[in-house]
Ligand binder design. Structure first.
Ligand code: HEC
Length: 198
């Protein structure tokens, strides 16, 4: 299997699982109140899928192709360099496509030491959530917020530096505000928003 088909496979799994989660929510909500899942359960399930996908991409695509001869590296300039998109680009691309297909929920990655100005907390709740998961990496942060006149359930999950690859790449990035991030530290968080009135 080449790099492209692996990418398509991983992307397809993300979109497919998200579509499934979304589909199980909407029709059952009207038909059977008992089978409706709560926004919290919905967000937790979505997080489980995204986290598993990110791990699979990192382990089976990025790490494997870094060992290939010649190596294929993940880089923000992947289109120009003929490499692989970084995890952050892949996540954003999938999140954007899911929105374009009409999903009401959204998700994004936020950093404590972001590599770009838009990578840090963008709302008061995101800031609170980042601080909470930094102090309590094994717990999740749940809240509600109103954005653009709509109410959202907002769930925030710790994103830890699980391998040396995370810290090596981030510490070496020219825009990184920190150069000594350590393995195990909470580098940021995944933020998931589910509208409270569909
Ligand atoms: C090959 C380089 C590379 C590796 C490996 C990498 N990242 Fe990133 N990461 C990036 C880049 C580049 C961005 C920002 C890119 C963007 O916004 O498009 C980013 C963004 C992020 C963000 C969002 C905040 C920000 O900095 O913009 C978090 C949180 C994050 N990474 C955590 C991790 C974790 C945890 C790992 C390991 C499991 C990891 N990264 C591995 C390059 C990398």
């Amino acid at each position: 299997m080449n790099a492209r088909s692996l990418l398509v496979l991983v992307g397809g799994i993300t979109a497919g699982m998200a579509a499934w989660l979304f589909a199980t929510e909407a029709p059952t909500e009207k038909a059977h109140k008992l089978t409706t899942i709560s926004p919290r359960k919905f967000a937790d399930s979505l997080h489980a899928v995204i986290a598993a996908d990110r791990e699979a991409y990192s382990r089976h695509v990025v790490e494997r192709l870094a060992q290939a001869k010649p190596p294929v590296k993940a880089s923000p300039e992947w289109r120009r360099d003929g490499g692989l998109p970084t995890h952050a680009q892949l996540l954003r691309e999938a999140a954007t496509r899911i929105q374009q297909r009409g999903a009401e929920f959204s998700y994004t990655l936020r950093g404590r030491w972001p590599l770009s100005p838009s990578g840090g907390a963008q709302t008061e709740i995101e800031q609170q959530g980042l601080e909470f998961v930094a102090a309590n990496p094994d717990a999740n942060f749940y809240s509600e917020e109103t954005l653009g006149g709509r109410s959202y359930f907002t769930a925030i999950y710790a994103d830890r530096a699980t391998s040396a690859a995370c810290v090596d790449c981030h510490n070496a990035h020219p825009a990184s505000p920190r150069r000594d991030v350590k393995v195990g530290e909470v580098m940021g968080a995944l933020v998931i928003r589910v509208p409270l009135e569909f």
